[in-house]
Ligand binder design. Sequence first.
Ligand code: SAM
Ligand code: SF4
Length: 335
Amino acid sequence: MRSSVSPVPLTDRFGRVHTDLRVSLTDRCNLRCTYCMPAEGLNWLPRAEVLTDDEVVRLARIAVERLGITSLRLTGGEPLLRRGLPDLIARLSSLTPAPHLSLTTNGIGLARTATALKTAGLDRVNVSLDTLRADRFKDITRRDRLPDVLDGLKAARAAGLNPVKINAVPVRGVNDDEITDLTAFAVDHGYRMRFIESMPLDAQGAWDRDRMITAAEILDRLATRWTLTPAARDNNAPAEEWHLDGTDTTVGVIASVTRPFCGNCDRVRLTADGQLRNCLFATTETDLRTLLRSGADDTRIETAWRTSVSGKGPGHTINTTDFRQPDRPMSAIGG
Ligand code: SAM
Ligand code: SF4
């Protein structure tokens, strides 16, 4: 145990300090978003390979106590499918030093769980919502669940998981005509809108650059309704934030493809089966699960973690001919 010792920053050879850990709690999902996975779903991880709560908590403890991780984002797949999530959150929130805890979810089931999650120690939530039209929601996610997501958003706001952010991935010819409507909806309901450029991380390998709506296009569409002024951006946050005139809110644009922010990256990722990834686009992983299950002590795990981060590349290569899509899709890495 080293809780009385200050953490030593998790730094790579480019001087980037890693303070943000994304933890995937499951690769399973109850939606089938077309830009993410096929209609039939994927070959889910066998349950025995998925980290237990004790294992997740142990790795998170090493991360905050030894490596200087200050922020934990729980994701998936769909993290609300994880059984006993409030208990896991309570255990993570009582780590020392206490990390900032957030969750990325499709919102299904959030209406039922938002208060328990907040009480357990969750700070914030991001809810994915690509359309406000029920028929279109069904086409995009292959499930007829729009009302559940809208209820989940309301419940998150009422529970105080603020600011509640909405994530949308605009795709040409699918939902790109809703960029201003989604933003107006967020403004009217007190949510914060963020648009994400679609990335070549779908399970089908069907990403098409021409169908991606670029940050420049998103801003052009927003400018048809609002005057946009650059707003302060959180340190290392991937979203460029813009203030919308006449409102007290901002809209964020995550331009992973056209304006990569790799030079400021502060993230590491843990998959549901305990593989550490130093980049969303990494093609190699470090197997922390085997270390955990073979009795490695904290120092050995810390060393493996640091070795992984020191081997991190300067950035993704999506915009080069060298790009190779990682074997795992976004839903299995943890978005
Ligand atoms: N199921 C949860 C959800 O949808 O919020 C968490 C996991 S999901 C993989 C996390 C985020 O990744 C979502 O906001 C989703 O829209 C986004 N995403 C999925 N596939 C993507 C892709 N190919 N490009 C960009 N974003 C993607
Ligand atoms: Fe599920 Fe999230 Fe992927 Fe949609 S984006 S299929 S909700 S993991």
